[in-house]
Design a protein. Structure first.
Length: 178
């Protein structure tokens, strides 16, 4: 039985922050409400945070001395996960493909034209391939003309990402919405 390669799912990187007594540095630089309080002993900083009813969170452990914020740790964690989710939901631009032939009929040509416009309106790039079969390869000038005609008929303003390129089976071009 053949085994197929399946990539492992990517793990989310979770940054762990040291809170209150977990901070081992003897002195820390304390920041509260976006203003710098100053450098002080860790025990004093923890006492100051607890006095305000908040937590001391080490946000930059590599600096000298480590930077700690006086904030509500639960709220801080919530905002961090919310930010990560927002970053992961960003739209990725896909490249959609449309294949034409030298002898593609008018109805099919118009249908593929509408598909290309739909993809462009959704913000995708469109790769238009014109495949040449057998003796059609002798008519490369007709193939390029056919591709140019297809792009000219698209009613949405477009820009060419990659010019017309020859590949072993014909020609292709990549366009995107302007």
């Amino acid at each position: 039985m053949r085994r197929r390669y399946r990539p492992k799912p990517k793990k989310k990187v979770v940054i762990r922050y040291k809170v209150n007594e977990q901070i081992k540095a003897p002195r820390v630089l304390v920041v509260a409400d976006k203003e710098k309080i100053g450098e002080m002993n860790t025990t004093e900083a923890i006492a100051l945070a607890q006095e305000k009813g908040l937590d001391l969170v080490e946000v930059s452990p590599r600096s000298n001395p480590p930077v700690c914020k006086i904030i509500d740790y639960g709220k801080f964690q919530y905002l961090q996960t919310k930010q990560q989710n927002r970053n992961s939901k960003q739209k990725k631009i896909e490249t959609k493909g449309i294949r034409l032939g030298l002898r593609t009929g008018e109805h099919d040509f118009n249908f593929k034209l509408k598909q290309a416009e739909k993809f462009l309106l959704k913000g995708h790039k469109v790769k238009i391939e014109l495949r040449l079969k057998g003796r059609e390869r002798a008519h490369q000038d007709l193939a390029k003309e056919n591709l140019k005609q297809f792009i000219d008929k698209i009613e949405i303003p477009t820009k060419v990402e990659e010019e017309i390129k020859k590949f072993p089976g014909g020609f292709n071009i990549i366009i995107s919405a302007n």
